[in-house]
Design a protein around this ligand. Structure first.
Ligand code: IVH
Length: 719
């Protein structure tokens, strides 16, 4: 984050100016979207649920105050990101909604009050009448919809974006809690049963141990393990995962004989479903609050994770009267629990070295049970955080696990600080055998090993990244295998992976490797000798280039060798380019390979410079050339533009704010029509679409005599 953005992020919503609110809205929305992808598509979140909730709460607060910032693309208007494409899509007959959250007692009372007022307005409810709520534990898993016809399970799908999900029927059929055929009376002719797929804590830990031993992906928490297991392309793999299911809702249902939610839950049980036993009908606000407290007390000893309780108006005719606001029912709410915390002793602080050399301090803790999971390590983020918390070795600390990735150290218990507690001195040398000095970046927040490519710790991390899921995805080479192979000289650079075949005999002699596992590993490696260009680019670990940018680069350059040649040329040109020229001239005008790179969508000068620095290192280029020789990198099929596309060969620029669509939607439409969309106006530009508050680009278009269109004209033209 830039300094200015940090300042804005620290301000209260009420203190934001219009401009700051707009910038902060964009930052939050981007961050939420990025985390949504990590969570929903990769099953590998990087921030805690509590931190994620905070982002959403702040975004909502900003939208409540600055109404003009609400747009259909805002994460607040969407249930979840669009489903991925690996599975067939299923359109839900009734949308799968999400729930609004209450975090405090006040918010809960606000909800109860809104329901009462709504019902008094809409029905003959009197102030003295009671409203019954079905109160249920909120299971921390993923919701799914199951279609039954004539009592038979015929199709099941994930929630996806709420409207369309993924067809995971074969996988769901492996879950024993999901009946294939319903029994008992009153089963509707055709209906959707909805509920939560989850994994018990103990089964999750055992599964993770098995995964680690096999060098496979280790999951962050039971919920991500459940999501990852359900989204396997091979249902035989899902069958080996300990998935469970609780039913708690319905979608489309014809006929629907039940009158209350609690009656429906009883029926579900009769038909053969598991329903959650932590369910109670409560008739007064005090009963509702007592339920919340009691479940909170039970939470640490439950066999599965819950992250709150859900209250639902029991009478279905009342639910219908109350209806929905945006994507959530007015008749239900999720009352969230705070993150699970515990106290324990900090025995020491270790330093982990990442792929780019960043040093991350990790707290080594006296193992402690936090909400059912044993925790022995927690993140301390960086040197600043150690300073801010004033945490010392020997201290009693509070830690938190919020269904999370890595537990966090929240703070010190000062009255329990022992006399001999030791202040921690952040090392000024990398802990790797080379002991290279550490350099500071970002005002000292990030400390990085200066050993670069020579640092063996970084080399191991880069190899780990190379084989990881979104890169070469080599099964059987995860976990500690890479490190062991590296330490014993079997692997040093990525190309070595594809030479492992010649070391077959040597690997077979190693502990834990049998004929079969070696054969599987070599087959997995062989299968990756053909790779797509975006994965290839991503795997190289170029600074600032992740999965998304790698895809864009692959689209732009199309071919591995052309791309490499262009990068080398760009790096060379960049060296000759004085900094002041770059600043004064728009990247587009610099031209050549460097100019082309700067102009690639989402690249810009900073990223382009980081890439050029990477490609100026002879060592990096050698590694890539060595790797390239062993692979078939598939060329990217470029978008084919039809000869009669209305905007073929046109270069279009959008400037200013559009009111009827987002900029991205407008760009996508222009591209569909065959145009190339760029960011800056030049003589080559064919059209400039000018929105509200447009600035220099509109002026430049006028100066150069480039045709301009208003938004309305654009809409007419583009249909
Ligand atoms: S009812 C329209 N009941 O919580 C209401 N949801 O934050 C549909 N969840 O998407 C949801 N336990 O994944 C409901 N007893 C429960 C639940 C529950 C867990 C999840 C579900 C939902 C999310 C909303």
């Amino acid at each position: 984050m830039s300094k200015a953005a940090k300042v804005v992020a620290a301000l209260k919503v009420d203190d934001l100016t219009q401009r700051q609110a707009k910038a902060e809205h964009k930052r939050l929305a981007d961050e939420i979207r990025a985390n949504d992808v990590l969570y929903h598509e990769k099953d590998a979140p990087e921030i805690s649920d509590a931190d994620y909730d905070k982002l959403r709460v702040r975004l909502k607060a900003i939208e409540a105050k600055f109404r003009q910032l609400v747009d259909p693309d805002s994460p607040t208007q969407q249930v979840a990101p669009t489903p991925s494409t690996a599975f067939a899509k299923v359109r839900h007959l009734k949308p799968m909604l999400s729930l609004d959250n209450a975090f405090t007692d006040e918010e809960l009372l606000g909800f109860l009050d809104r329901v009462r007022r709504g019902l008094e307005r809409e029905t003959d409810l009197k102030p003295e009448d009671e409203i019954a709520f079905s109160c249920e534990a909120k299971i921390d898993g993923l919701s799914i919809s199951l279609r039954y016809e004539d009592g038979e399970f015929i199709q099941g799908a994930t929630r996806g974006d709420g409207t369309t999900g993924e067809d995971v029927t074969p996988n769901l059929k492996t879950i024993k809690d999901i009946p294939h055929k319903l029994k008992g009376r009153g089963v509707p002719k055709a209906f959707d049963v909805r509920g939560e797929v989850y994994m018990e804590r103990k089964a999750f830990q055992e599964m993770n141990k098995r995964q680690e031993a096999a060098g496979e992906k280790v999951f962050a928490n039971p919920r991500n393990a459940a999501a990852g297991s359900l989204r396997q392309l091979d249902s035989d793999i899902t069958a080996t995962r300990p998935l469970r299911f609780f039913a708690y809702a319905w979608g489309e249902a014809e006929p629907r004989p039940w009158k209350t939610h609690s009656e429906y839950l009883r029926l579900l049980k009769e038909w053969g479903f598991k329903t959650n036993p932590l369910t109670r009908l409560c008739k007064t606000p005090d009963e509702v609050r007592a339920f919340y407290r009691e479940i909170g007390v039970e939470r640490p000893t439950l066999p599965y994770d819950i992250d709150g309780v859900v209250y639902k108006v029991d009478r279905i005719d009342w639910q219908e009267r109350l209806g929905f606001v945006s994507r959530a029912p007015r008749w239900a709410i999720a009352h969230k629990f705070p993150a699970e915390q515990a106290r324990t002793r900090l025995n020491g602080i270790n330093i982990q070295v990442g792929r780019t050399g960043a040093l991350t301090p990790v707290a080594e803790l006296e193992p402690v049970n936090v909400g059912g999971v044993m925790v022995g390590r927690a993140s301390l983020h960086n040197a600043d955080e150690i300073e801010r918390l004033d945490v010392r070795v020997g201290d009693m600390v509070t830690i938190q696990r919020a269904g999370d990735v890595i537990p966090q150290v929240l703070g010190v218990v000062p009255e329990e600080r022992p006399k001999n507690a030791k202040k921690y001195h952040f090392p000024d040398h990398c802990p790797c055998p080379l002991k290279t000095p550490v350099k500071s970046e970002d005002g000292g927040v990030v400390r990085r090993c200066s050993g670069g490519l020579e640092c063996p710790f970084q080399q191991v991390e880069r190899l780990r990244y190379f084989v990881s899921r979104n890169c070469f995805d080599i099964e059987g080479l995860g976990g500690t295998h890479i490190e062991n192979f590296f330490n014993d000289g079997l692997l040093k650079i990525p190309g070595d992976i594809f030479r492992l075949k010649s070391k077959e005999a040597e690997i077979k002699k190693r502990e834990g490797w049998g004929d079969l596992s070696v054969r599987n590993l070599l087959a997995a490696i062989e299968a990756r000798k053909t790779i797509t260009l975006d994965r290839y680019i991503n795997a190289l670990g170029i600074p600032l280039i992740g999965e998304a940018t790698a895809k864009i680069l692959a689209q732009e350059y199309g071919d591995a060798d052309d791309w490499l040649a262009e990068m080398l040329a760009a790096a060379k040109e960049r060296k000759k380019q004085p900094d002041d020229v770059r600043k004064e001239k728009a990247a587009a005008e610099v031209g050549g390979s460097y100019g082309r790179l700067c102009n690639v969508e989402q690249i810009g000068v900073t990223t382009a410079d980081a890439m050029c620095a990477f490609f100026s290192e002879g060592h990096n280029v050698e590694i890539i050339k060595d790797l390239r020789k062993q692979l078939t990198v598939e060329a990217v099929k470029r978008r084919v533009i039809a000869a009669d596309a209305p905007l073929k060969d046109k270069i279009v620029v959008f400037t200013g704010e559009l009111s009827t669509m987002t900029r991205d939607a407008a760009k996508a439409r222009a591209e569909e029509l065959g145009a190339k969309v760029t960011d800056s106006v030049s003589k080559k530009t064919s059209l400039v679409v000018v929105g509200e508050n447009a600035g220099s680009k509109a002026r430049k278009a006028a100066e150069l005599g480039v045709q301009t269109l208003t938004e309305e004209e654009w809409v007419k033209l583009s249909g």
